[in-house]
Design a protein around this ligand. Structure first.
Ligand code: DC
Length: 226
């Protein structure tokens, strides 16, 4: 059996993880796995069911009947399905970010999703992005990257992304939400966001996409060869 390669990319929201990981996956011929999208889909379910995402017992009660699926489309991109419906766009709504952050702090939700994430890495060469990939999901990953940037930079990127999607947004509230989610994601007891000891820290503040991509690609190729 061939051992598949895995690359873990962790970091706070808006650091450029998904944009960069997608490009890296294409360059390396790896499968790109966006684990935030899976938490977002659980968040969307809670939202649609009118459940308070901070109510751990109510969210946990959803899990046994949860119909979530992930498929790779002809475009090579990850599509998320909830109850048979393609929700790839719906999970990007601004309101769902808070739901995703809240449900992801619930240990039962994390345990429920852990095996699925690991199975993907067993069966494919993956570049997986999230918050706890290098620390919890794939502690044996071949390469670990911790990607970060100043909150103002991250808020500007999120703001522009939301505007491009045609969603209402103002910079000040996007920045406020980013700071609040940073706090929530790093202070929770269950698999908090933190840099793995053996992860390479890459700060993309002020960098162009090309610059960050170049740095990451060189580092990854070097580490995969080692
Ligand atoms: O990467 P994102 O913004 O789409 O993630 C949505 C939320 O899911 C985020 O607030 C943190 C959480 N998350 C997590 O706890 N663990 C992961 N591996 C990925 C995301």
């Amino acid at each position: 059996m061939t051992q598949h390669k895995s690359i873990a990319v962790d970091g706070p929201s808006g650091a450029g993880k998904s944009t960069l990981a997608k490009l890296l996956a294409r360059e390396l011929g790896f499968l790109y796995v966006d684990t935030g999208a899976i938490y977002r889909t659980v968040g969307l379910k809670a939202y649609r069911e009118g459940i308070d995402p901070e109510d751990g017992a109510a969210v946990t009660a959803l899990l046994p009947g949860l119909d979530i699926d992930m498929k790779y489309g002809g475009d090579g991109l990850q599509h998320m399905y909830l109850d048979g419906e393609d929700v790839t766009d719906s999970i990007r709504q601004h309101a769902i970010s808070r739901y995703a952050s809240c449900v992801s702090a619930i240990p039962a939700v994390r345990a429920f999703l852990l095996d699925r994430q690991r199975a993907l890495a067993r069966e494919n060469d993956v570049i997986m992005d999230g918050r706890d990939i290098g620390t919890v999901v794939l502690p044996q990953a071949d390469v670990k990257i911790f990607l970060t940037a100043a909150p103002e930079d991250r808020a500007r990127r999120r703001y522009e992304e939301l505007r491009q999607r045609g969603q209402e947004a103002d910079y000040a509230s996007v920045l406020r939400d980013i700071l609040q989610r940073d706090e929530q994601d790093t202070s929770r007891a269950a698999a908090p966001l933190r840099q793995a000891e053996d992860a390479l820290l890459v700060d993309t503040t002020g960098n162009s996409l090309e610059k960050s991509l170049g740095v990451l690609l060189d580092t990854i190729k070097e580490r995969l060869r080692a």
